[in-house]
Design a protein around this ligand. Structure first.
Ligand code: XMP
Ligand code: MG
Length: 183
């Protein structure tokens, strides 16, 4: 879907399709370089990371394996608590692997902080993080994120994998919703 399809629901477009694709290509070039000669496993966090996984994987010029996890963060409403439950675990044994976790967005950082520690405990050679978006003003833990697409203001956003009540994931851009949508 493009911005015309959801015009009445939108407040602002924050990053366009072109800007997102440009930044993903830059991140992919950096990842190709950083992992040259190594075997990389990219791990997507369902469901939000589907778009960034698909675009990032295709922008790489190296072979990668792909696997998926689904996690749910306990907490009230939209606030993440840092207590995470695995809904779907990886199919891959991580022993000795170089792993890159791929996320749609880092908000408090609590989910990713937990996930990184969890994967590291499985005997990985390395675990790094790549996220399409990050809200620096929302950070609650210090988290070393090696690859960041774009930093966002501390507002709820949708599109490019991110949903409001399971809608808007299939927007090709990222934006904020008009208040009438959620009020
Ligand atoms: P934490 O706070 O642990 O949470 O970094 C990250 C997860 O929270 C969700 N999230 C959002 N989802 N629009 C969304 O659609 C947003 O603006 C937003 N901020 C956080 C998302 O699931 C992410 O993985
Ligand atoms: Mg997510």
């Amino acid at each position: 879907m493009d911005s015309h399809d959801v015009q009445a629901d939108l407040k602002h477009v924050l990053y366009t399709k072109e800007q997102i694709q440009q930044r993903i290509a830059e991140l992919a070039a950096q990842i190709d370089k950083d992992y040259e000669g190594r075997e990389l496993l990219i791990v997507g966090v369902l469901k939000g990371a589907v778009m960034v996984m698909a675009d990032l994987a295709r922008a790489l010029h190296s072979h990668v394996s792909m696997d998926w996890m689904a996690v749910s963060s306990y907490g009230s409403g939209t606030q993440s608590s840092g207590v995470v439950r695995i809904l779907k675990d990886l199919d891959t044994d991580l022993m000795g692997k170089d792993v890159l976790i791929v996320e749609d967005i880092i908000d408090s950082g609590l989910t990713l902080s937990w996930l990184k520690t969890n994967l590291e405990s499985r005997g990985t050679a390395s675990v790094e993080i790549c996220t399409a978006f990050r809200k620096p003003d929302a950070a609650k833990v210090e988290l070393d994120v090696k690859y960041v697409g774009y930093d966002l203001p501390n507002e709820f956003v949708v599109g490019y994998g991110l949903d409001y009540a399971e809608k808007y994931r299939n927007l090709e851009f990222v934006g904020t919703l008009a208040p009438h949508v959620y009020e």
